[in-house]
Write a protein that binds this ligand. Structure first.
Ligand code: HEC
Length: 121
């Protein structure tokens, strides 16, 4: 039964993953607005600073930020595909994460934010 549910969820997600489009960094800077209450690119706050996050391992480094065990042990590398799933639904991607954020359901915005994050390397 669990497998069937998982399979159904996967079938719903696959079309999303299939449409990989390049994002627009300028639009991404605007779409990053809701992230700013917890993230910047210089200093850890409620969330870790995100400079150079694209391509990094999840929950490591970031100037000693106190990550949740869940994220620290997730084994994720923040490539675009993983970032996309995370930003659409953080709790689904990493159950037990302490990033309290419902996610962004607009796929274009997610692509734009990732393009913006890439400029912050
Ligand atoms: C309410 C605060 C909050 C908001 C809003 C928020 N985050 Fe986070 N974010 C966190 C916290 C806390 C963590 C650490 C999670 C953990 O340790 O489980 C985190 C972790 C992350 C990570 C993983 C960092 C790493 O080193 O592994 C990324 C990437 C990230 N957030 C991106 C975003 C983006 C992009 C947005 C906006 C779309 C956003 N976050 C919105 C609090 C927030």
């Amino acid at each position: 039964m669990r497998h069937m549910i998982f399979g159904a969820a996967l079938a719903l997600l696959l079309p999303v993953a299939a449409q990989a489009q390049e994002g627009d960094a300028a639009a991404g800077e605007k779409a990053f607005a809701p992230c700013k209450s917890c993230h910047n690119f210089e200093k850890n706050g409620v969330g870790p600073q995100l400079k150079g996050i694209v391509g990094e391992k999840a929950g490591q480094g970031r100037d000693g930020y106190a990550f949740s065990e869940a994220l620290k042990n997730s084994g994720i590398t923040w490539d675009e595909a993983n970032l996309k799933e995370w930003l659409i639904d953080p709790k689904k991607k990493v159950p037990g994460t302490k990033m309290v954020f419902p996610g962004i359901k607009d796929e274009k915005k997610v692509n734009d934010i990732i393009a913006y994050l890439k400029t912050k390397s």
